[in-house]
Write a protein that binds this ligand. Structure first.
Ligand code: ZN
Length: 150
C-alpha cells in the first residue's frame, strides 16, 4: 500500500469512528436532509448562523464510512467561517472531487484543512464520489436556505 493510500485509510477511518460535530442543534437556522439512494447514505444537517458566520454546524449521519468521514471533515472545514469563505471551500472541494482522471489536484488549503485531501483517494472508486459529496451538497442547500431568510 502506498503512503497516499495509507494516509487515505487512516484519515477516513479516524473521522468515521470519531465524527466531529456529530449531533443536532436546537432551533437551527436551517435543517436540511440529504439522501444518496445509490449507497443508502442519509444525513441531516443543522446550521446556525451569527453575524454572517457559521456559528455552529452539526450532522446526524447514517451512512457509509466515506459519507460519515467526509461530513465530519466538512463540519471542521466550515465551522466559524463566513458564507463566502465556506462557499470557497465547498467550491475547491467539489473541484477536487470532480476533476477528471486520477490526477491529484494541488489544493490551496490552510493546514488545518489538509485532511480533506485524503478524500481524493475516493476518486479511485467513482460510485463513492457521491457519498463524499452528499454532505457538501446538503451544506450548499443549507447556506441557500439561510441566505433566502436574510
Ligand atoms: Zn455511501
Amino acid at each position: 500500500m502506498s503512503l497516499a493510500d495509507e494516509l487515505y485509510r487512516e484519515t477516513i477511518l479516524d473521522h468515521y469512528h470519531n465524527p466531529r460535530n456529530h449531533g443536532t442543534i436546537e432551533s437551527p437556522d436551517a435543517k436540511i436532509e440529504g439522501v444518496n439512494p445509490l449507497c443508502g447514505d442519509e444525513l441531516t444537517l443543522y446550521l446556525s448562523m451569527e453575524d454572517g458566520k457559521i456559528k455552529d454546524v452539526k450532522l446526524e449521519a447514517k451512512g457509509c464510512s466515506i459519507n460519515t468521514a467526509s461530513g465530519s471533515m466538512m463540519t471542521e472545514a466550515v465551522l466559524g467561517k463566513s458564507i463566502d469563505e465556506a462557499n470557497k471551500i465547498i467550491g475547491t472541494f467539489k473541484e477536487m472531487m470532480l476533476a477528471k482522471g486520477n490526477d491529484t489536484v494541488e489544493l490551496d488549503l490552510p493546514e488545518d484543512l489538509e485532511d480533506l485531501e485524503a478524500l481524493q483517494g475516493v476518486k479511485k472508486y467513482p460510485v463513492r464520489i457521491k457519498c463524499a459529496l452528499l454532505p457538501w451538497n446538503t451544506l450548499i442547500e443549507g447556506i441557500e436556505t439561510v441566505e433566502g431568510k436574510r
